[in-house]
Each structure stands twice: as structure tokens, then as C-alpha cells.
Design a protein around this ligand. Sequence first.
Ligand code: CAA
Length: 291
Amino acid sequence: MKVAVIGAGTMGRGIAQAFAQCDEVEKVYLCDIKQEFADGGKDMVKKGFDKRIAKGKMAQEDADKILNKIQTGLNSQAVDPDLVVEAALEVMDIKKATFKELQEDIVKNPDCIFASNTSSLSITEIGNGLPKPIIGMHFFNPAPVMKLVEVIAGINTPAADVAKVVEISEKLGKTPVQVNEAPGFVVNRILVPMINEGIQVYSEGVADIEGIDSAMKLGCNHPMGPLELGDYIGLDIVLAIMDVIYKETGDSKYRACTLLRKMVRGKHLGCKTGIGFYKYENGAKTPVDKL
Ligand code: CAA
């Protein structure tokens, strides 16, 4: 099987790694709008492997085998994939234009399945006006580690595509959960309002940043507290998901916290900008008082 991953950011490169680690996958095209972005994504995968090799958890030859399957380039290299997984920016017009170009001008395999890794946008709307249907194939960060794939059917997604993407997810060693399209699907509909509530609790001065995170880790056995997880996902993504769920449902319980919006406006996005609820410096993480 050949797979094209469109977008070499955090999710795209993680998804590319997950596919390249699967024995049934012979080639992964890791694509972006600039060669250097695609190369940068592959380089991050390599750096992750280097760390594991240094710890004696991975053999160099296994790393090389996986990395050799990942071919970087522009979207135009994706001529013969069996599956496209789009992980571009969470902007509807960009996703639509990307799929249009792939379907009309680039991908020549008539049986190729076109999937989006969108975290909350409507699969039906992404597919509107396109020659071929779209399916949701939603991975979780870090994609090589997290076991879940949400397989999302829009109203025009063929059942055969759902069955195929379920089968492919299982081959990757993931557990697929079939989801009917709805704002935020399953995980983000529940998880992201919880993170938003964590930010609200903090902005009301109920506890400090580390207190809130410790409470949720120790009280609920979550691997990360809501504020550190927000930083990890990216607060811009958290806000975008809240806004989509709020807009689609019109329900005020999904209103984004004003502190979240202010932080995104100020580029305090979390790990990716080096500052969010925590400051990330020289591998250390310290809480930043926002009140
Ligand atoms: N890429 C690849 N592998 C990674 C990785 C990454 N970015 N980060 C960690 N790993 C691997 C490590 O190499 C390690 O593997 P080995 O044991 O084989 O060496 C393993 O994961 C565990 O990593 P660590 O020991 O460094 O750290 P940890 O045990 O604290 O786990 C974690 C890290 C997996 C991220 C854990 O903290 C966790 O599960 N956090 C919650 C993550 C979560 O909730 N993700 C979902 C976010 S929501 C989302 O993604 C959807 C959306 O649309 C927004």
C-alpha cells in the first residue's frame, strides 16, 4: 500500500511515521507546500528515532528501514497513492482546495481513498463540490503512540470506504471507532470542553496552573492535566475546535473561555511557540502566571 500524507506538521509527520512503521505499507509520501517543510517533518521523525536508538530501544537498521519508506516532496509527488490522509491547516477553504487539486490534477489511481485528519470540521462540507467522496480518519497526538483512530462518515461517504479505512487502521495496530459526523466527533466533543473548563477554573482563581493539572492527573488518572494537554495540542487548535462546536450547535455551554482567546491572540499557543500555560525552555517546563 502507498499512502500520501498531506501536511508535515506535528500530526502529519506523526501519521507518516505510523504508516511507515506498518509492514504492509511500502511507501509514504510526506508532502507539504514547500520541500523544506516536508524535509523538516521527516527530520523530526528521525530525531525521535535517534533518541530511542540512544536509549537502546530501537536498532539503527529498523530506523533506517522506516525512514527509507518516507519520501518527502510537494503534493504533486502523490501520483499513485492508495490512500491520501490530509493533515493540512484546519481551514475549510484550504482543505477543499487541497483535495480539489489532488483529485482533479495529481492522483491518478482511480481507487484512491481520500481521508481528512480534521479535528472537528464537517467531513460532508469538505467533500462538497469535489469529484470524489471524503472520509474522516482522525489520529491523536502523538500519532505513532495513541491507539485510537476515529473513522468518520459524512453523509456522502460510501460504506465501502468506511470498511476499508477501518481495516487499514487495524493494520496500523490502531483501534478504529466508527463515528457519524457531528461537531467535534466523539473525543474532541468531550475532551476540548474539558480543557476549556480547566482554563475557566484557572481564570476564576480556583487553583493555580500546576494545582489544576495535578488535581486532574491524580484525581482522574489522566496522563496529562488539562492545561498541559492544551499546551501540548496547541491552544489555537483547542480554540478552533471550541469555536466549531459552538458555531455548529449554538449551545452556550461550548463558549470558549476569554483567557483562551486572549492567549491565542498573543501567540501563547503552548509547546509550539514555547509559551502557553507553561514556558518551555531548554527541555524544562515552568508554569506561567496569567492572572
Ligand atoms: N512521537 C513519537 N513517539 C512519542 C512521542 C512523539 N511525539 N512522544 C512520546 N512518544 C513515545 C516515546 O518514545 C515512548 O515510547 P517508548 O516507550 O517505546 O520509548 C512513549 O511514547 C512514552 O513516552 P515518554 O516515556 O516520553 O512519556 P510518557 O510516558 O509521559 O507519555 C504521552 C507521553 C504518550 C504523550 C502521554 O503523556 C499521554 O498519553 N498524554 C496524553 C496525550 C493525549 O491526550 N493525546 C490526545 C490529544 S487530543 C488530539 O490529539 C486530537 C485532536 O484533534 C486535538
